[in-house]
Write a new protein. Structure first.
Lengths: 254, 203
């Protein structure tokens, strides 16, 4: 049986892992390669590296980082942040990333998902969605772009469905409202999206306790759970998370 | 020296990294002479099937020839799928035809791609899994799967509501639908086993 995945997320800025609350107030969490290798040793199923500066200068840094991680870590990892073209995706895959996530560029140019899927296969095309509760339409969420700074009129569930049709192979769904709060994932959001699509969904934003992971899988229907704050700052080990989930009947790779 | 085929698609470097980490001699190459002189060939793949077959071009014939002459060949993911006769991913394409069978979509009614760590059960006598217990988790990421019809092939399965073929062995030709280079310690053992097979066959 396919296991549910535990995925630590490493937000990278100036070659350091950082973590904020609601995308703000960043705190240093260590060296990305060292931290990635440590999580792999501890039993993480995958890693996600997000270049949160995503400037032309940081692009080179992130390729170097991908190469270093790939020399030391033998589990899959996804890289994202500011990726705009099929050529950039190719460069990151060739440098050793298993998957690449796109966000803002896919919103402004949805064909990017189709082009990337036809060339690399949809299994390495991850659509990242930064979702925020809509103030005007309760029970709906709006897609935000440019690292969450710019809300759009696009409905999250509709965008997820369209992205699947275009060629996205996975959705990394971050609740901006829950991000960094440690108050639990937004499982209404997770459920709305997992019910609407047939590709795997990674729940992201809000993990604070072991129960939260279980709830995202059972109530939210998530195929994988992503977390940052609770692993970086030592609240829970990966093994502890997996043992907890296994005891509650969730299949994990332990 | 193991040659990992460099055909300008996706993540081919990770396979080299894993062999180097194990201390095995390996080189990324698309030179037909290097392929002919190698102790073993790895055909990696992160790409769509049609794109990968086109990118491989005339090298396909070279790989086929050396494999039919007994050189160990390991196909990974799409590289594994290319060992079969045809695929219908984004149109119909011919593979290398080294193992009888075809590549088709994973049956509907489940989350697709089949993405993540799934348990693979090994039958006896599959050399790639030497030293591993009866079953291990490996990392999969695919929407299409191969249906071998080759009666000589040994097959390992994984359960995704339906049985999916996880690995095939036909004489000197090996394939894994999963990514051994991304499957932690168990995956490294598979690559070490392939390296040992190559060494044994060339001595």
């Amino acid at each position: 049986m396919l296991t549910r995945r535990i995925i630590p997320c490493l937000d990278v800025k100036d070659n350091r892992v950082v973590k904020g609350v609601n995308f703000l107030n960043l705190r240093d969490a260590g060296d990305p390669v060292e931290l990635g290798a440590r999580y792999s040793d501890e039993g993480a199923d995958e890693l996600v590296f997000l270049d949160i500066t995503a400037t032309i200068r940081s692009r080179k840094t992130i390729v170097d980082l991908v190469e270093k991680v790939a020399e030391n870590v033998f589990i899959p990892f996804t890289v994202g942040g500011g990726i705009q073209t099929v050529e950039q995706i190719d460069e990151l895959l060739r440098s050793g990333a298993e998957k690449v996530s796109v966000n803002t560029a896919a919103v402004s140019n949805p064909d990017l998902l189709a082009e990337a899927a036809q060339r690399f296969g949809n299994q390495c095309v991850v659509l990242a969605i930064d979702a925020r509760c809509s103030k005007d339409r309760p029970g709906h969420w709006q897609v935000c772009v440019k690292a969450g700074s710019e809300p759009t009129d696009i409905d999250v569930v509709q965008w997820a469905v369209k992205a699947e049709e275009l060629g996205a192979g996975e959705i990394l769904l971050t609740s901006m409202d829950a991000d960094g709060t440690k108050a639990g994932y937004d499982n209404e959001l997770n459920k709305a999206v997992t019910d609407a699509v047939n590709i795997p969904v990674i729940a992201s934003g809000g993990a604070g306790t072991l129960d939260h992971l279980y709830d995202a899988i059972v109530d939210g229907g998530a195929d994988a759970v992503l977390m940052a704050s609770i692993t970086h700052f030592g609240n829970y080990g990966i093994k502890q998370m997996k043992e907890y989930l296994r005891e509650k009947g969730i299949p994990v790779n332990l | 020296m193991i040659i990992v085929i460099d055909y300008n698609v996706g993540n081919v470097k990770s396979v080299c990294n894993a062999f180097r980490y194990l201390g095995c001699e390996v080189q990324l190459s698309c030179d037909p002479e290097a392929v002919k002189n190698a102790t073993g060939i790895v055909l990696p793949g992160v790409a769509a099937f049609g794109y990968a077959v086109n990118a491989l071009g005339s090298l396909a014939e070279v790989i086929k020839e050396v494999a039919l002459n007994g050189k160990p060949l390991l196909g990974i993911c799409v590289g594994y799928q290319m060992l079969f006769e045809t695929s219908i991913e984004y149109g119909k394409h011919n593979g290398l035809g080294l193992i009888a069978g075809n590549v088709v979509p994973i049956p509907e009614g489940r989350v697709i791609p089949h993405m993540g760590w799934n348990l693979v059960e090994f039958p006896d006598g599959m050399d790639l899994f030497a030293g591993l217990c009866k079953q291990k988790h490996f990392y999969f990421a695919h929407s299409f799967h191969a249906e071998p019809t080759d009666e000589q092939a040994k097959i390992a399965y994984t359960d995704y509501g339906v049985d999916l073929v996880a690995s095939v062995q036909k004489e000197n030709i090996y394939g894994t639908q999963f990514h051994p280079e991304k499957s932690g310690q168990s995956g490294l053992t598979v690559l070490q086993n392939f390296y040992n097979i190559c060494k044994r066959e060339s001595s």
